[in-house]
Design a protein around this ligand. Structure first.
Ligand SMILES: Nc1ncnc2c1ncn2[C@@H]1O[C@H](COP(=O)(O)OP(=O)(O)O)[C@@H](O)[C@H]1O
Ligand SMILES: [Mg+2]
Length: 562
């Protein structure tokens, strides 16, 4: 705010001053078709399809390259979730995320993956849903930026044309599937228009495929008849272009399908349903304006549809899913095939996926999915970051987490996921090697070899979620007074093993108990080393350690007396 403007006294005015009115105006932009063609000529990227937009969105956050075990890897900043202060940040999964982005890139170039269901596959709690959530909220945000802008349209001035509904007071009809306005140019001459108006430029070639949805086609055809075929009249009189703001809550550009029980699924949830109230308004159930194009596939047009536990989908809807991915088309009840443009993202855990392998009905689906494994983290330093993120708030609230507490919890989690190495190497040593530590007698090539021979590594073991729950338990435990140390957390982790729902046999439970024992041993070593180092170090270091120690005690006693 400029200095000359005094701070308003009223709260409402002060709140109003925080509103970004320019942004609001941008987002609420409306214009005619001619204005839109102008926008397209200046920024043809506004016409990107869903895959191109999602890919560009990820890339727009920037990337970092680094070398890991002689391999060049890319880290996509997008997955740090800086938008929400790292709330949904993904750690330690750079390689699977590279695969995912690679698939999106190939799809955005039209090399084939755009005809597939992208299937995130992995054990329970490996962050599959988090990745889907990141993509969805990323897209919401991107659509509100100048770079991510996209447009759609509504029909206006329908009063007196015979095309307004009986109870309609506005004379407007928004495109129910939020389609790209260029679809209003009939397909027969669309390419020619794009070429002759010079809509493409050297950075982006405008391609717009597909026809309007049944309701818009109906209105379009009727208006065209009314103006005896004069396309310009239809467009000038009756089309308003507007920004499309992707929003999951408003059911615009993002759909989520979550199968309930298998008996209770209904295809209208995917492809829309007849609206009986509107039949009365429009007079017939074959009038597409009386149909709600509000199935998940409909509303997700231009964005992303997420299928939670996609393999629980009833086989009856398999064909909807296959058509949607393969042909980019859906079939709303009683209406013609309808073109869609959206990324189809599914996720599933391993047990469900195994069922798919044995099920011949589902074979068709297997063929048309691109499976991306999302395993558990096998690098302890990355696993620690999850808990640091989760429990940063606990520290703020005055809870005290002793040094190494999160580390030992992460150690146990990662060890449970590692396949026991053969020969001399212990699981703990393997954990250290995987984390980039140097152990005498082992090279980076050994690490590579170890990773290669362990086929299921990261697909079994203890999830971060289990560990998160146990740390929380320890934190709120009355006896602990909000102060926790490694032993308390390890005990909590051990206690939980006896009723962990995913531990199916005693052998496994025994193994995990032993691992906890090993972690306790390792913790004792760590502490011993620290003390020794302090004693042999210079005075300054001793003072620092002592100060640290005193701080800890202070924090503890303050808590006690407070
Ligand atoms: N690689 C990871 N990076 C960051 N957090 C993770 C990771 N793996 C698991 N988590 C944590 O565990 C939770 C996983 O939950 P979710 O995404 O629902 O898993 P899934 O859908 O695979 O079952 C996240 O909320 C996060 O706290
Ligand atoms: Mg999930």
């Amino acid at each position: 705010m400029p200095e000359s403007t005094p701070t308003p006294k009223r709260f409402v005015d002060r709140i109003a001053a925080m509103q970004d009115y320019d942004l609001y105006r941008d987002l609420a932009w409306e214009g005619g078709f001619e204005d839109y063609l102008d926008i397209v000529r200046k920024r043809p990227q506004v016409t990107r399809n869903a895959f191109q937009r999602v890919y560009d969105m990820i890339i727009s956050y920037g990337t970092e390259e680094y070398i890991d075990n002689k391999k060049k890897l890319v880290r996509y900043n997008f997955f740090k979730d800086e938008l929400e202060g790292g709330k949904d940040a993904i750690f330690g999964l750079d390689i699977p995320l590279m695969r995912l982005v690679h698939v999106l890139r190939a799809a955005s170039e039209g090399y084939g993956p755009e005809k597939r269901v992208i299937l995130l596959h992995g054990p329970v709690g490996s962050s599959k849903s988090t990745i889907a959530r990141l993509l969805k909220k990323g897209l919401e945000h991107y659509s509100r930026t100048p770079d991510g802008a996209l447009y759609t349209f509504k029909w206006v001035n329908l009063k007196g044309t015979g095309l307004e509904g009986r109870d309609d007071v506005t004379g407007e009809f928004p495109c129910p599937m939020h389609e790209e306005p260029l679809r209003l140019i009939p397909e027969e001459w669309r390419d020619k228009v794009i070429a002759e108006l010079g809509l493409s430029n050297e950075h982006f070639k405008v391609k717009c495929k597909g026809d309007l949805d049944p309701a818009c086609r109906f209105i379009f055809k009727n208006l065209l008849d009314r103006y005896t075929g004069n396309w310009a009249m239809v467009i000038d009189q009756h089309i308003r272009i507007k920004r499309m703001l992707i929003s999951e809550k408003d059911r615009i550009g993002i759909g989520t399908f979550q199968p309930k029980d298998e008996k209770n699924q209904d295809s209208t949830e995917l492809t829309g349903d007849i609206n009986y109230r509107k039949i009365a308004e429009y007079g017939s159930d074959s009038d597409p304006r009386a149909f709600n194009f509000d199935g998940e596939f409909n509303i997700a047009n231009r964005g992303v549809v997420e299928f939670v536990e996609v393999l629980k989908l009833d086989v009856a809807f398999l064909y909807d899913l296959l058509g949607a991915s393969q042909e980019h088309r859906i079939k709303p009840k009683k209406f013609a095939q309808t073109d869609i443009d959206e990324v189809i993202l599914g996720h599933t855990n391993e047990a469900e996926y195994k069922k798919l392998l044995d099920n011949e009905f589902m074979e068709a689906l297997r063929d048309r999915t691109i499976k991306i494994d999302i395993p558990y983290i096998t690098r302890i330093s990355e696993e620690i970051k999850i808990y640091e993120k989760d429990f940063a708030g606990a520290k703020i609230k005055g809870k005290h987490i002793a040094p190494h507490t999160l580390e030992v919890a992460a150690m146990f989690a990662v060890m449970s996921r590692l396949e026991p190495p053969k020969g001399q190497l212990s699981t703990l040593q393997k954990l250290k090697l995987y984390d980039g530590k140097v152990l005498p007698g082992y090279t980076q090539d050994t690490v590579k070899e170890l990773r290669k021979t362990a086929k299921r590594e990261g697909l079994d073991g203890i999830s971060a979620r289990y560990v998160q729950d146990k740390i929380s338990n320890a934190l709120v435990d009355d006896a602990g007074e909000g102060t926790i140390n490694p032993f308390m957390v390890l005990n909590e982790l051990e206690k939980g093993l006896s009723h962990h729902s995913l531990i199916t046999n005693e052998e496994m439970r025994d193994r995990y108990r032993k691992l906890i024992g090993e972690v306790k041993g390792e913790y004792t070593e760590i502490v011993k080393n620290e003390v020794q180092r302090a004693i042999s170090a210079d005075e300054e270091a001793i003072n620092k350690l002592a100060a640290n120690y005193i701080d800890n005690i202070k924090a503890f006693t303050l808590k006690e007396s407070g």
